[in-house]
Design a protein around this ligand. Sequence first.
Ligand code: NAD
Length: 477
Amino acid sequence: MTRTLDIRNPRTGENDYQIEITDAETIQTLTANMRAAQKEWLVKGLEYRLSVMEKFKQAVARHRKELIDAESIDTGRLYISVAEVDGIASAIDRWAAVARAEVAPATKLSKALPFIEFRTEREPYAVVGAISPWNFPVTLSLIDALPAMIAGATAIIKPSEVTPRFAEPLRKAIAEVAEFKDILHIVDGDGSTGAALIDHVDIVCFTGSVATGQLVAERAAKNFIPAILELGGKDPAIVLKDANLSRAVTSLLRSSIVNTGQACQSIERIYVHRSLYDDFLTQIIKKARAVELNYPDIGSGHIGPIIFEKQASIIRAQLDDAIAKGAVIHTGGEIETHGGGLWCRPTVISNVSHDMDIMTKETFGPILPIMLFDDDEEAIRLANDTIYGLSGSVYSDNIDHANRVAMQIDAGGISINEGSLTGFMHEAEKNSFKMSGMGESRMGPIGYHRFFRKKAIMTNTADAFPIEAFDEKNAKI
Ligand code: NAD
């Protein structure tokens, strides 16, 4: 029997869409077909695959409006939805350039055994599985699938059941590319579909929470397939005593609240040197108060609703915990209901400490808890006092000073004099530290190379190794 899921609209709070949950049997059939189709996809070569990706770009362009509309309903915001849809073409171009820069493997002579020639070929995984979250639905569903397909793999995507509307127009675009048959599939479903997918793919790329990431890693381990995990964060920003105050205020407000703070690389806590603290707080409160909701008109304001209802409860609980422990809310601080959707204005909080959840657990909302520090050691200790190690920021007009501090933060991507540059930068390779993830960087050229296994081809150019060479009596003990 087909199971269905009702999908909530984040602007109205109403369930106005449904998906059918894809079962394990369907995943098995799809992936078996993909495995068969992959052989030709690979053999036809890179330029063929890139020409098909060009057709996909054109199909996406034909469905641009539908995709943006669906993504806007999924997420309740417009500007970023447009950027996500238009970003598909630029991502394809970027990965095409990386792939074309590849050089054929050189044949070398072994130093240890000079009569052996060898080369290292690279063979893509046949079927790549991608499981994605709800905060950037289009971007994060395709972020791993696009380079994987260019590498010669096929890809099956399981988007979040919180924001699945975009999959319908995307499937239409995929269907218009005949060469994509069994090369790219998007399957609707919940966690059970995601779990089933791990049983039938050759590598899984997961973007989501730490808790689910652990389940994904366990299941992948049982299947002996690699799991690349991009998980949550609690990104710190450190505003050093020699920072440019107005620059820090401007960029940290943006970096904490874009996408209503629903970004893994959002700044979630700000540490400010005592000498700048009062001015920083005054200025950021003023700027935060000027931020507007994109309500009632989605084409107005700066931030959208809270996409996932449960996230609103997490934000509320963290705020209540902080207030009960003495935190002071300067602006925002409420989960507001407008038109049935849930909203939260930028919330600046002071008098915070690390015994509050809001300083240690992922919030995923437009919340700016601000804490003062007296010296670099204290700021670094506080920044590292977390299970996460995704990214962070350091502000200073003295670049050497900023770099010294940046190098001591336990995280994989540090922005200097800006917030969350990892959201804009695709060239810089980075790993997720600590509980924020596992596996190779999805950014930079290695983001493409992740989808290959290495295969050594070794040729003996001299006489065969005879069994006599292993005569036991010649063993030197
Ligand atoms: P989630 O972990 O709840 O869900 C992510 C996906 O996993 C969904 O598609 C879901 O259906 C699927 N899933 C659930 N149970 C599963 C199971 N047992 N096996 C396989 N798949 C399963 O995460 P979310 O709430 O959708 O996303 C928010 C989280 O994602 C935040 O923690 C955020 O920081 C993180 N995130 C990380 C990055 C990054 O690049 N590091 C980017 C965006 C979001």
